[in-house]
Ligand binder design. Structure first.
Ligand code: ADP
Ligand code: MG
Length: 213
């Protein structure tokens, strides 16, 4: 291995996070993870990250966010994903990362009963991953409070818009009154994504890692 290889330990991550990564068997960050972790003051900026499927985007946003978070009784991070399967996958990755820090994940997806999701939220999940429709359902019922969410991640932005979630995404974006950062991750940046970025993100920094198509 080259002596120039960047390792997770080169970044300012809490020891318990370094340990969780090592236990999971990951040694080196992928290029998108390295790029996001290496951005100065990444937590004080909106972001648009273009990187292809399978490039490791989940940890790219989860590492800096979870590293900064103190486990508490309310959701601080909301990740929106296009499908139930992708939401579950993303939640799984955030779970092993957050667990050593005492953080749990609530998964808010459609097509399944809402009761267990409300229980997950009541038990004090710090991290929430969901699909747009079910997330709106929880916001409207008051089982998820937009005012506690500090970080909003639009994961697979292009895919969510392809699936027709534009109105839902705008409705969620408009409800985020306490938001400190909105990060959009997408494999491609079509006009529909550009529109959302222009309208709802504040001076986003843009990272382009590799491009699909
Ligand atoms: P994307 O969201 O960009 O499609 P994922 O975040 O789902 O990609 O990651 C793709 C796969 O790579 C997952 O199985 C994940 O566990 C694995 N992975 C992510 N980061 C690393 C890493 N630094 N080292 C090894 N495997 C990784
Ligand atoms: Mg992903």
């Amino acid at each position: 291995m080259s002596i120039n290889t960047v390792r997770f330990s080169d970044f300012d991550l809490k020891p318990s996070i370094q340990e969780a990564i090592a236990q999971h068997g990951f040694e080196t960050p992928t290029p998108v993870q390295e790029a996001v972790l290496g951005l100065p003051d990444v937590l004080s900026t909106d972001l648009v990250v273009q990187a292809k499927t399978g490039s490791g985007k989940t940890l790219a946003f989860s590492l800096p966010l979870i590293n900064d978070l103190v486990a508490g009784g309310v959701p601080r991070i909301l990740v929106l994903a296009p499908t139930r399967e992708l939401a579950q996958q993303t939640a799984g990755e955030m779970e092993w990362l957050g667990r050593p820090l005492g953080m749990s994940v609530a998964v808010l997806v459609g097509g399944v009963p809402i009761g267990p999701q409300i229980s997950q939220l009541r038990r004090g999940a710090s991290l929430v991953v969901g699909t747009p429709g079910r997330v709106i359902d929880h916001l409207e019922r008051g089982t998820l409070n937009a005012a506690t969410i500090e970080s909003l991640i639009l994961d697979e932005g292009d895919h969510m818009l392809d699936l027709g979630f534009r109105d839902e995404l705008e409705s969620i974006l408009k409800r985020m009154t306490a938001i400190k950062r909105t990060w959009l991750f997408s494999a491609t940046i079509p006009d529909s994504v550009r529109y959302l970025v222009r309208r709802y993100l504040k001076d986003p920094r843009k990272l382009t890692l590799s491009v699909d198509e």
